[in-house]
Design a protein around this ligand. Sequence first.
Ligand code: FPP
Length: 246
Amino acid sequence: MQTILKELPSDLDQERLPKHVAVIMDGNGRWAKRRGIPRIMGHRRGVDTLKQLLRCCDDWGIQALTAYAFSTENWGRPIEEVEFLMTLFERVLIRELKEMMEENVRIQFVGNLTALPQSLQNQIERAMTQTQNNTGIQFTVATNYGGREEILQACRTIATQVQHGQLQPEDIDEALFSRHLYTANIGDPDLLIRTSGEMRLSNFLLWQMAYAEFYITDAFWPDFDREAFHQALIAYQKRERRFGKV
Ligand code: FPP
């Protein structure tokens, strides 16, 4: 059995850790295919990986983790897989809520949640309400999320305020715009990790990723363990973040 390092590995600098890590959890299907088992087994294993990563972020002092669980484009998957994922999200929420409370996790879901099955919406509401005063890691799950759609809904809200004379066009700046995004309560990600080698953003946090460092690994999501995360953080700490300056 693998020993779990609860402490931050000594080759990482506590002062220069990302505050907010975002993950695109890709490769569950391929992980399963390689083992000759159904794709859904890959998603099941993917949940375990996400849980381990959340715990690891918490252990090592990272304040926020945001995971892309279901995009607005994922409805195009076979109906059985979509239904499996919706049921999986719901079951996981029911099963993990007690532990999230014990571990002081604050969970929120972002995306167009009204299009999700009502029973899932109920569990999301319950988990968000119960954990809202927790003070530990902020865990955000993007579900039925699309970056362009998020930007459009912010534009509509702002345009309506201008139309009603509550806001002047010149008042619209980056800070105001950010406050109208789903992620208003969390800072922008410092580090984006994408597994299974794809080099795309796939409509994830388009506005918020403006200055994120990207780390792409060939590992399939279910194989992305603590050591893989450790390697991602080493790579991150080697980067020089200039935010457009020299
Ligand atoms: C991408 O792999 C993964 C998904 C679309 C689903 C990820 C969701 C989870 C791991 C569950 C998270 C759950 C909660 C409640 C927080 P893929 O199917 O695109 O794999 P492939 O690219 O190999 O086909």
